[in-house]
Structures are given as structure tokens and as C-alpha cells.
Design a protein around this ligand. Structure first.
Ligand code: PGA
Length: 250
């Protein structure tokens, strides 16, 4: 089995001004100086430049939280992959459940966004996950498989290893309810099985767990065989907490 470099991503959501983002990075960098992990900061569009400026020469990569699939055009309020690349942004979160639920992001749009990100050399962090109702109805695997097949439909099998997948059970996001290690491992292993149907590169894909990950539970979740990292919301807003999670990843 190939070694997968742990991938720890801070999803700030709609938090942090430019000044707050700069202060965070300045506080984070000395705390993670020795890390061997990929450390990623998913910042609001307005703070991307400030994070990019400060992280040159460090392990930190910068991600946006959304993008449009077209390169340019009449799409008021949207930002494209080339615009992010021009800023030296390296990755982009796609399909977060908040965007799916609150802003109507569809699997059809994601099927175009994921290849558009790859074509622009942006690393897509594709989020999938079941609602509480779907889990209660025993439909977790069905939902995950449907989302993965639809959202990755346009990705060549040779490009699969460039995609990062985040398993984010909707009922665990921002709720303080974390998936049990058994639930997280089972879902992430299932995701890898679905990816394996598309090619051997599945063993190289980093699969993250997201949903109320924090310093107190990170080590246990990150030790699971199919959990290669975390997408962290609330606990990523504080540099000490986020650095503790990076440290837990080894
Ligand atoms: P949370 O958010 O860590 O606050 O639950 C995770 C996410 O939405 O990516």
C-alpha cells in the first residue's frame, strides 16, 4: 500500500478578516515548523492573498472554498479557477455540504467543477457525506456512492490521485457530534472501495474525515487506516488548536 502523506486542512468558512487571517498564519507557522504533513488553509476569497504571502517557503498550502466551473463569463459573484491560480492558490474545496444545502450546489455542477479545477492545476478537495436522515435510513453508502460517481464522472482515472476526498457526515458538522472511529473508518474505507472501481490510484487518494474534529479526538480519528487527514471547521479558527491537530497527524 502506498504511503499517503497526512493532509490537515483548516476550513475557516466565512470567518477571518485579512488582519485576522494574517495573525493566524503568523501564530501557526512556528507551531508547525517541523511537520511532515500537508497543511492547508481554506480561507475566504478576501483573505487568500494575505495567507499566500505569509506561507511562501513553508509547508502551508492555500485553498479557496468554492469556484465556478467556467474560466470567465457573466456569472456575477463567482470566482474561477484561473483567478485562484493567479493568486498562487493551490487547492479548492468543492461540494461542501453547506454549499450543497444553502447555496444549491449540485452534483451536475460538481461534475464540471472537479475537472475544471484539475485542468487549472488546482487540487480539488471534494466533500461528500450523508444527512442524519440518510444514516438513520441505512442509506449512507448509497449517498456516498451516488455523490462520488456523479461528482467524479468527468475525472480521468489517471487524474484520480490528484483529488482529495473529504468524508463529512452532515450530522457531525458544527454540531459537536463526531462520528465514532468505527463509523469514520467504515465510511472512508467504503469511499476508497468506490474509488477503486475507477482504478488503482484509489490507494493514493487522501481521504479526510470532517465533522467536529478537535484536538481531543484527532489522534484517534487520524490513526484509522483509511483516514488520511482532516477537514476541520470550528477547531481550525484557533492556531493553537489547529496546530495540535497537525501534531496529532504526525
Ligand atoms: P466542523 O466543520 O469541524 O466545525 O464540524 C467541518 C467542516 O464543515 O468542514
Amino acid at each position: 500500500m502506498p504511503e499517503r502523506t497526512p493532509y490537515i486542512a483548516a476550513n475557516w468558512k466565512m470567518n477571518k478578516t485579512v488582519a485576522e487571517a494574517a495573525a493566524f498564519v503568523d501564530a501557526l507557522l512556528p507551531r508547525i515548523a517541523a511537520t511532515q504533513c500537508d497543511v492547508v488553509v481554506c480561507a475566504p476569497f478576501t483573505a487568500l492573498g494575505a495567507v499566500v504571502e505569509r506561507r511562501y517557503g513553508t509547508a502551508v498550502k492555500v485553498a479557496a472554498q468554492n469556484m465556478h466551473e467556467e474560466e470567465s463569463g457573466a456569472f456575477t459573484g463567482e470566482v474561477s479557477a484561473p483567478m485562484l491560480v493567479e493568486l498562487d492558490v493551490e487547492a479548492v474545496v468543492l461540494g461542501h455540504s453547506e454549499r450543497r444545502q444553502l447555496f444549491g450546489e449540485t452534483d451536475e455542477a460538481l461534475a464540471r467543477k472537479v475537472p475544471a479545477a484539475l485542468a487549472a492545476e488546482l487540487e480539488p478537495i471534494l466533500c461528500v457525506g450523508e444527512s442524519e436522515a440518510a444514516r438513520d435510513a441505512g442509506e449512507t453508502e448509497e449517498v456516498l456512492e451516488r455523490q462520488l460517481q456523479a461528482d467524479l464522472a468527468g475525472v480521468e482515472s489517471g487524474d484520480l490521485s490528484r483529488v482529495v476526498v473529504a468524508y463529512e457526515p452532515v450530522w457531525a458538522i458544527g454540531t459537536g457530534r463526531t462520528a465514532t472511529p468505527e463509523q469514520a473508518q467504515e465510511a472512508c474505507a467504503f469511499i476508497r472501495d468506490v474509488l477503486r472501481m475507477r482504478g488503482a490510484a484509489a490507494d493514493q487518494v487522501r481521504i479526510l474525515y470532517g465533522g467536529s474534529m478537535k484536538p481531543a479526538n484527532a489522534a484517534e480519528l487520524l490513526a484509522l487506516p483509511d483516514v488520511d487527514g482532516g477537514l476541520i471547521g470550528g477547531a481550525s479558527l484557533d492556531p493553537t488548536d489547529f496546530a495540535a491537530i497537525v501534531e496529532a497527524a504526525g
